[in-house]
Design a protein around this ligand. Structure first.
Ligand SMILES: [Zn+2]
Length: 385
């Protein structure tokens, strides 16, 4: 067996209603904490779903600051303003409550609030020095898996992003509560759920760091996600399906945090960066075409995953790998989300720029099971048009 290392969040709670009992969880886990900072975005604040967790923290004797200025794909200035707010409030524990952006900002607050390092010094891999504030993550979408990953993404230019990757970004506690996801509309449930499935698929085929633990997690993630995604879209109040989706997204997050994602994400990032298409949808648009491109190298692994996603698939390895691509396309069809680049406003004349930008994602492309040239990337976009 090849050598490998595996890291993840040390404590995970999957419990319906856990957010309403947040104060108890914090008091149990961090008995000395007196001041809690909740990090979220204005949209989630407006749902009213922050009220119960905030009240339960207060009932447990904690002073609470709700920081709700997070925006999607957070620019550096937003992160720095959040860090300033934390320095003014001086929390003992930072709690990310939201989608990937809120959880990423919570990670950066926990790392930077008590640190002398400027943000520019921590971009890249392993550049965070010293300890961080206690950190809790509570996702409100079943997708990014950011609650169990060691990466935070910051928008540093008009379309450019930088990543902070460091062991300190693993939270102390991740808490899964489907009651927080009840209000997600079907298209968001679908796109974020497909993103989580992509995390599992790309972790399972990750070229250099695929390992037995990430394989087990990716397979269980796909089982939960494929069995519950349509149900959660058809009936958003289905708490059992919602909780299973959250757990599937978390397991996929654990998998890809250790066996990183590849060409689907590399080709999706420019779609999000240039055309402001949400991350999950960007992935979904290119996914089947990347799977077909990769099949000459990865058909065996895709066939193994097809046994989970489409148990009825039969025939040759290639036929079962194709069945996986078809099944993923079928989810987009059934849930009614966009399926072509044209549907999100992308034209033939945009494909060169997309291909150029995708080739800059060398960290991700290096994990892909098949070498991707610029001509390949352009051809994949053309197939997705
Ligand atoms: Zn993703």
């Amino acid at each position: 067996m090849t050598d490998f290392a595996f890291s993840t969040v040390s404590h995970i709670v999957s419990e319906l209603g856990a957010a309403r009992r947040l104060g108890e969880h914090i008091a149990q886990r961090f008995p000395n904490a007196r001041r809690a900072m909740l990090v979220t975005d204005p949209g989630f604040l407006k749902t009213g779903l922050v009220d119960a967790p905030a009240a339960s923290l207060q009932a447990a004797g904690l002073a609470v600051e709700i920081y709700s200025q997070v925006v999607a794909d957070p620019p550096e200035a937003v992160v720095l303003a959040a860090v300033d707010a934390a320095r003014a409030f001086r929390p003992d524990v930072v709690i990310g409550l939201g989608g990937g952006s809120s959880m990423d900002v919570a990670k950066l607050i926990a790392v930077l609030a008590d640190s002398d390092q400027p943000i520019g010094a921590i971009y890249g891999i392993g550049n965070v020095k010293g300890a961080r504030l206690p950190l809790v993550q509570i996702p409100t979408t079943a997708g990014t898996g950011s609650e169990v990953t060691n990466i935070a993404i910051v928008t540093t230019g008009a379309t450019t992003k930088m990543g902070v990757v460091a062991p300190q970004l693993y939270a102390d506690l991740a808490l899964l509560d489907a009651e927080l996801t009840l209000g997600l509309p079907p298209p968001v449930t679908a796109a974020t759920g497909i993103d989580a499935m992509v995390h599992a698929i790309e972790a399972y085929t990750s070229k250099h760091k695929k390992n037995p633990l990430s394989d087990v997690l990716a397979r269980k993630a796909l089982e939960l996600l494929s069995a519950n995604l349509i149900a959660a879209c058809e009936n958003g109040r289905n708490l059992a399906a919602r909780q299973a989706m959250l757990l599937g997204a978390l397991l996929a997050g654990q998998a890809f945090s250790n066996a990183p994602v590849a060409a689907v994400h590399a080709l999706a990032y420019p779609i999000g960066g240039i055309f402001h298409v949400p991350h999950g949808l960007s992935n979904s648009l290119v996914l089947p075409h990347v799977l077909r491109f990769n099949a000459p190298e990865a058909a065996g692994m895709y066939a193994e995953l097809a046994e989970i996603v489409v148990p009825a698939a039969s025939g040759s390895v290639e036929a079962r790998a194709e069945a996986l691509a078809v099944a993923m396309q079928q989810i987009a069809i059934v849930t009614g989300i966009e399926r072509t680049l044209q549907q999100v406003g992308i034209k033939e004349t945009d494909l060169d720029r997309l291909a150029d930008d995708a080739m800059l994602q060398t960290r991700l492309l290096g994990n892909n099971p098949r070498l991707v040239t610029r001509a390949d990337a352009r051809a994949i976009y053309a197939a997705a048009l």
